[in-house]
Design a protein around this ligand. Structure first.
Ligand code: HAM
Length: 423
């Protein structure tokens, strides 16, 4: 009998990776409760109709990616492909609107999409998400983006960029949709198959095609930004002013259309170029019509979700980069040399260098091997002869170049060493 294996697109999470998950879960709880968000847990499966109506029949998620099944009572159920629709349903059903004010909710859990698995893309994946219900104020959009970036920074990520767009209101989009159909129709034979299908059903999504020729055609497509009403335009400008005040770097991307139909006005993604093809670690935006379309009151809302698998990949890459940030690896052999090695390591640390001290007492060649495994830039070598001559040897591991520095001259040598490291 063949052994059983984990299902394609799903995976086990074991130590040491699990520590990364635990760290980000704890950080999420702390940052979100500090910003007055409360946790919500909704069911993992819901009526299929909720996702079909909420996310949109013409989206890839609903059309191709849902795990839908009939239960023993013949109800059509679906494993949640995302969290927003379930939160919206719960908000309406539990009459959270009646509590007044703004509801700031967060959730964390497994989501399911039948996609082609690759690095950072799975069939069972996890999201951390927030939904802010009850405010149309641009500050709600900017606050949500700020909380996402605070969280990502707190788990150690830098160099992320916010791609920002406004997809306008439903009314703004009627005219824009037609403009896109008019623009793409003469190119129909050159579009990829998916985009041809989208031409009538969901022309905005053509802008998101990964096909090379379609992307070229998209270059000159009309921009949504020319179809925004005065109110949508003003909202968008206010969100941008707030982001500038908050010193959150963003770039305008008028071709950013999200894969879910409920968005109105602000749409954004947070990208990392460390992620390759699956570069979005966070996606979100405003959805002012969803609650009313699902049968609730007219409640504007905004939110986002972060893909935790992608976040863990990024955190691991950052940890690896940190490892390779070791400047000097201190190698010593012999009783006197070993006792000197700690004070030398400390001198270098106090001068601002990143230093690892080898404590193994192993032979020099073994210690050199460890220095190169640690990705150190150079080894500080101290043997008995160095102790006698009151000096250290520095061996640059890439070039093999070696230099001796008298211990008394160290403080004046530090500046030159710094320059050498950064060159
Ligand atoms: P989404 O862009 O579909 O938005 O997903 C959000 C994030 O989930 C993505 O940026 C990505 O990091 C991660 N993700 C999506 N699909 C996969 C997958 N197959 N494997 C791994 N990670 C994945 C939403 O889901 C919206 N509900 C976000 C939102 C909340 N908008 C408003 N409120």
């Amino acid at each position: 009998m063949s052994s059983l294996q984990v299902t394609r697109g799903t995976r086990d999470i074991l130590a040491p990776e699990i520590y990364c998950w635990q760290q980000l879960e704890a950080t999420a709880r702390q940052i979100l409760s500090q910003a007055a968000y409360t946790e919500i847990r909704t069911p993992i499966f819901e009526a299929t109709e909720l996702f079909a109506r909420g996310i949109g029949e013409a989206t890839d998620i609903v059309g191709k990616e849902m795990y839908t099944f009939s239960d023993r009572g013949d109800r059509s159920l679906t494993l949640r492909p995302e969290g927003t629709a379930g939160v919206a349903r719960s908000f309406i059903e539990n009459k959270l609107f009646a509590q007044g004010g703004v509801q700031r909710l967060w959730y964390m859990g497994a989501m399911f999409r039948y996609e082609r698995p690759q690095a950072g893309r799975q069939r069972q994946f996890h999201q951390l998400g927030v939904e802010v219900l009850g405010s149309a104020d641009p500050r709600a959009d900017a606050e949500a983006i700020a909380i996402a970036s605070d969280f990502l920074r707190s788990v150690g990520l830098k160099d992320l960029v916010v791609d920002l767009n406004s997809v306008g209101s439903a009314e703004d989009r009627v005219e824009y949709r037609q403009a896109l159909v008019d623009y793409f129709t003469p190119y129909v034979a050159e579009l990829d198959q998916d985009s041809r299908d989208r031409l009538t059903r969901n022309p905005l999504r053509i802008l998101d095609s990964k096909d090379k020729r379609t992307q070229e055609i998209c270059q000159d497509a009309p921009s949504i930004l020319n179809y925004l009403s005065a109110e949508s335009q003003q909202h968008f400008e206010q969100v941008q002013t707030l982001l500038i005040d908050l010193k959150i770097a963003y770039r305008l991307n008028p071709r950013l259309v999200r894969g879910l139909d409920y968005y109105t006005r602000t749409a954004f993604e947070i990208q990392s170029n460390l992620l390759g093809a699956q570069s979005a670690v966070c996606g979100g935006g405003r959805y002012d019509r969803l609650i009313s379309e699902l049968g609730g009151a007219d409640v504007p809302a905004v939110g986002w979700a972060i893909g935790l698998e992608r976040l863990v990949i990024l955190m691991q890459q950052v940890a690896e980069q940190k490892l390779s940030e070791i400047d000097f690896y201190v190698i010593s052999r012999g009783e006197q040399a070993e006792s000197k090695s700690l004070s030398i390591a400390q001198l270098f640390r106090q001068a601002g260098f990143c230093v690892e001290l080898d404590l193994s007492g192993a032979k020099f060649d073994k210690q050199f091997k460890r220095a190169s495994n640690a990705n150190a830039k150079a080894a500080i070598v101290i043997g008995d002869s160095e102790v006698q001559m009151q000096q250290i040897q520095i061996k640059w591991l890439q070039s093999g170049e070696q230099e001796a520095i008298a211990i008394d001259d160290l403080s004046s040598a530090f500046e030159a060493l710094k320059q050498k490291l950064s060159s």
